[in-house]
Ligand binder design. Structure first.
Ligand code: F6P
Length: 411
């Protein structure tokens, strides 16, 4: 009996379900009997909230829809497993459940916090000599995972952000009076996604005027002065700012306006309000019309504009995870290695989870302009291949069709 179990964890992406499909199909092709899904990640496993994925994925249409469905099909969690020492009961409960379900391999689709779960379970399996294999499948729109060239989910979010930025730039030019638009982009402490706004610039688009990444300390007075210079040159000023920009004393810019109470299990503060705060400061200083545009969840759930490269790679890392486990590996994360830029090509490669869990990969400072208000061509060249090609939604009555959770709990 070779059963496997898969879960999704952390913030969703537009292609996270392609990775789920990659795990599901490859496991079935390689002879797995049952592919279980954890509902809401490892939290669901602990609570006994488990489903048999075959009940939902009955035919090719279901699988085609799954690829095109945003958010995490199985539901997600931001659940941090406790330190092993002193919490053995929690781990024993998980391993008892895995034994009861006769699990050969455990796959977790997530970012650097979720890889902490794979790392801890790997370490405990070693301690109790459990044969279960643990493999991480990378995903995050933030693109902040170590070792891998990039993360599945980033390309589609970058495509949405670049396309939307082009539209915002056009809209900003509509009137004959000044408008300052501030676009707030996700990505926490890494500026990869904010940098994607630079892709908007081209022969049909002027591009954004100022870009602020969290890798550079943010100075509100300098920002106001930068905007003033731009307002002298342009009628419309479009600014991209990361949700994670921080001032010199370590506070997030969004905290300058209001106190942030919400902190998740991994200690991450909820970041929102940066654009609103900065647009307010610009309006107060220059008396011009401003817009604060928070892309928020739109940028990570826009499955109607998935990048085909991203969909394919998301599927491939899921498949490679199963291959690795079935070849006997454990404690690994599947990474993408860029082997060629032209033509663009990535291969998959397993890497030790201990080198990836909880590590944040930031934008290298050499890829940011010296004045801290733009990005260099090296950065746009790196992102461009990842947003290429499209995959059309399955349109029904004028709207993209999605697949809904259609299973009953088995345990
Ligand atoms: O980790 C991905 C991400 O989308 C970040 O870019 C963002 O800061 C965070 O998740 C938002 O998390 P939540 O969905 O828990 O508010």
């Amino acid at each position: 009996m070779k059963n496997v179990i898969v879960g999704q964890s952390g913030g969703p992406t537009a292609v996270i379900n392609s990775s789920l499909l990659g795990v599901y199909k490859t496991a079935r092709d390689r002879g797995a009997d049952i592919v279980y899904g954890m509902v809401h990640g490892v939290k669901g496993l602990l609570d006994g909230d488990i489903v048999n994925l075959s009940e939902s994925l009955k035919n090719d249409i279901d699988m085609d829809l799954l690829k095109r469905t945003p958010s995490s099909f199985l539901g997600s969690c931001r659940y941090k497993l406790p330190d092993i020492d002193g919490n053995e009961k929690t781990y024993d409960k998980i391993f008892a459940k895995l034994e009861e379900l006769e699990i050969y391999a455990f796959f977790y689709i997530g970012g650097n916090d979720s890889m902490d779960t794979i790392m801890r379970l790997t370490d405990y399996a070693k301690r109790i000599k459990s044969p279960v294999k643990f493999i991480g499948v990378p995903k995050t729109i933030d693109n902040d995972l170590a070792i891998t060239d990039h993360t599945p989910g980033f390309g589609s979010a970058a495509k949405y952000i670049a396309a939307t930025t082009k539209e915002i730039i056009r809209d900003g030019l509509v009137y004959d009076y000044p408008v300052v638009s501030v676009i707030e982009v996700m990505g926490r402490n890494a500026g990869w996604l904010t940098a994607a706004t630079a892709l908007a610039k081209g022969e049909d688009c002027e591009g954004v005027d100022l870009i602020y990444l969290p890798e550079v300390v943010f100075d509100v007075d300098k920002f106001i002065a930068d905007v003033g210079v731009m307002l002298k040159q342009n009628r419309s000023v479009v600014i991209a700012v990361s949700e994670g920009v921080k001032v010199a004393d370590g506070r997030y810019v969004c905290e300058l306006a209001e106190h942030v109470d919400y902190v998740d299990a991994f200690g991450h503060k909820q970041l929102a309000g940066t654009a609103r705060y900065l647009a307010g400061r610009v309006a107060a200083n220059y008396g011009v019309k401003t817009r604060a545009i928070e892309l928020s969840s739109l940028q990570r759930c826009a499955s109607h504009i998935q990048a085909r490269v991203d969909v394919t790679e998301a599927y491939n890392v899921g498949g490679a995870a199963v291959k690795a486990a079935f070849e006997g590996l454990s404690g690994q994360v599947i990474t993408l290695k860029r082997v060629s830029d032209d033509p663009y090509m990535c291969i998959t490669e397993p890497a030790d989870v201990h080198l990836i869990a909880n590590v944040e990969k930031k934008v290298p400072v050499e890829w940011i302009t010296e004045d801290g208000t733009g990005v260099k061509p090296e950065l746009t060249h790196y992102i461009f291949p990842l947003i290429q090609a499209e995959i059309a939604p399955l349109w029904v009555e004028g709207l993209p069709r999605h697949i809904k959770l259609g299973f009953t709990k088995t345990k």
